[in-house]
Design a binder for this molecule. Sequence first.
Ligand code: ADQ
Length: 549
Amino acid sequence: MQVVQIPGFARTAVARENLAMTDVTNYLDGRTLILLSNREPYEHLASAEGIHVRQPPGGLVSALDPTMRRTGGIWVAWGSGSADRETADSVGRLGVPPFEPTYTLRRVWLTESDIDGYYLGFANSALWPLCHLLIQHFEFHNEHWECYQQINARFATAVYEESLRARTTPQVWVQDYHFALVPGELRRYAPDIFIHHFWHIPFPPPDMLRLLPTGVPAALLRGLLGNDLIEFHTERYAHNFLNCVREFVPEAQVRGESLRVSVDGRQVVLGVFPISIDVERFEQLALSAESDERANALRQRYARGGRALGVSVDRIDYTKGIPERLRALDRLWQESPELRERFTMIIVATPSRTELTPYQKLEAEVLATVRDINERYGTPDWEPIVLVHDNVHPELLAAVYRAADLCLVSSLQDGMNLVAKEFVASQVDEHGVLVLSRFAGAAEEIDEAVLINPFNVGGFADGIRTALEMDVGERTRRMRAMRAQLRRATIFDWLEAILARCADLMDDEEALASRERRRGFASNGAGNGSPHADGGAARDEYRLGETLP
Ligand code: ADQ
């Protein structure tokens, strides 16, 4: 087996490591971080030239990979690459990064039918639409739910096995809606382990969960209540979660004002941690000479003669409001003919979850609507919408964001929306306006954007007009304020805030356990001088549950 190194791969990885980031390892205090996510940080792919390794794009991997490399943790994920089995041992383990291993990747194998039921089925056809309040796309099949339970149990077992191998006390961090049942399952094997969970998408109000068959909402919530800490982007999502617990988990006591739940004699804490991006990386990409050249070329081609340039970047997903955006543009050019030829829109849209019918229909609709708009309004000199129907590398994205005078984010619902933040970080010339859906988590955080409601076509078109007509002074003032705000809240600040909160909670737990032990020793006649009576000794003695079920 030969593994080919992709040019630039190692360089990119090392460059990221060198970026200024707070050393969050302090907060782990020697513990082993076990991370669980659906997507893996390194994927091996077979090709004619041999086996390639690839780091899937995305903010989460680029923020967590350096942390894992420094701390030597364990990352558990679905082994999705075509050559993943050949590059791992018989259990699915391998050292990563592949050319300079510092931590362990544990791959979990899924069959086609597992993926259909757990990932495409329950996670993406039931939970995803419900969490985004888009019930017209909601589909429930009992076999998908059963598969989701089985696969969650399989991942929980893998995490548990890895926790037994960890050299120091493990701390488990679960990512997202693919794994709602993992914390509860893991807690059964390992009652004392510290588990926390980041929920990347909105958490819905109880009426949405009520669309699931009886018993399913309670099972999902009990699974999540296996955590010690659950992290959301916004306070609204945290309160929705608490309202769901009130409604579906009668044995739990909810304390809304302190964002806590008491259940099974344990405390579950909720926290609000809005995710962000690697701001410095986007800024550097946008400032590079290549970006400068690309941005100029883009403006010359699409924004010459005083034309404005708009951009949008999304996966083709019905939550992102792409048809609504196209309707608003259509309305704008219909009602304001003077804006035709004055403004070109670059829409970067990458296919996503193409196995699912709603996604196939949406893609076809987007392509047809763009064609129709271009035919109706286009002139020999002007193409209203330039569709980049592809995945674009971050260097090019940064240049497009930099070149643009406005960025349209029109999500119908969105946990946060990182595109809004990437645009702001890349706006090094400070001339762009962010037109942002009030239903994206980002709208609760970013001041100075032009907020729109994507369901209101006329209002959305007015928002675009406002952005186009905004004078330079106002644009610069707003962008400068957004950039200053973003620099104070990067993905590394997010990571640090979460790990710091975990450290505080673990200290509290250890102090409590230590007090209880002291009480126990006292009643057993053991003195306070016992080596087992302090928190440090408790940590050395840490034991997980006895056996796997
Ligand atoms: P997503 O739904 O994927 O994430 P988003 O936050 O916008 O949504 O992140 C998408 C990422 O993919 C961005 O980094 C963007 O640059 C990139 N991307 C999109 N289209 C691309 C293209 N055509 N080419 C290249 N890159 C592209 C989920 C939740 C969000 C939440 C994030 C993080 O749905 O609400 O913000 O997780 O928690």
